[in-house]
Design a protein around this ligand. Structure first.
Ligand code: CMP
Length: 139
């Protein structure tokens, strides 16, 4: 079914001017960018977005990193978009990511791994609503 997922191009990638290269990977895989904005998160806003990870040892470092430079928040649409996006991103840790995936090609480490993508329809809905209003989603 036609689905939407939430994606972030992370600070390590915007810093290296990789927004276009990453969007090309999405588009080549049949995903359509139906909303997109480049924004600077505060550490508190990053913390709210990643609050499910609040008890993890890397939480503070993760929030600092996500506020260290602009991000590009996006909504991607396509057939099975959630799974397709996860496939195109590759494994969280770039050393485990399959060849040709975004993280294999661009990620610097498990923390600075270039992209985030929703893991399920429920989280996609919550994450999209955190960053975008309905009027900003243009299929
Ligand atoms: P993401 O899909 O954005 O969701 C949570 C993020 O936490 C994850 O990608 C990684 O960037 C980060 N993360 C996961 N494991 C670690 C780790 N061991 N050290 C630092 N960051 C991590």
């Amino acid at each position: 079914a036609l689905e939407r997922t939430f994606s972030i191009i992370k600070p390590d990638a915007t810093r290296r001017n990789l927004t276009g290269a990453i969007n090309k990977k999405f588009e080549d895989a049949g995903l359509r960018v139906v909303a997109q904005k480049r924004i600077q998160l505060s550490k508190a806003q990053a913390g709210e977005f990643y609050k499910v990870h609040a008890e993890r040892p890397f939480y503070d470092e993760l929030c600092e990193f996500m506020a260290s430079a602009p991000i590009v928040a996006q909504v991607l649409e396509g057939e099975g978009a959630i799974a397709k996006n996860r496939e195109v991103m590759g494994a969280t840790n770039p050393s485990d990511a399959a060849a040709g995936t975004i993280r294999a090609e661009f990620a610097e480490s498990v923390g600075e791994n270039s992209v985030h993508g929703s893991d399920a329809p429920e989280t996609a809905a919550v994450e999209i609503a955190y960053f975008f209003s309905g009027l900003e989603l243009v299929g």
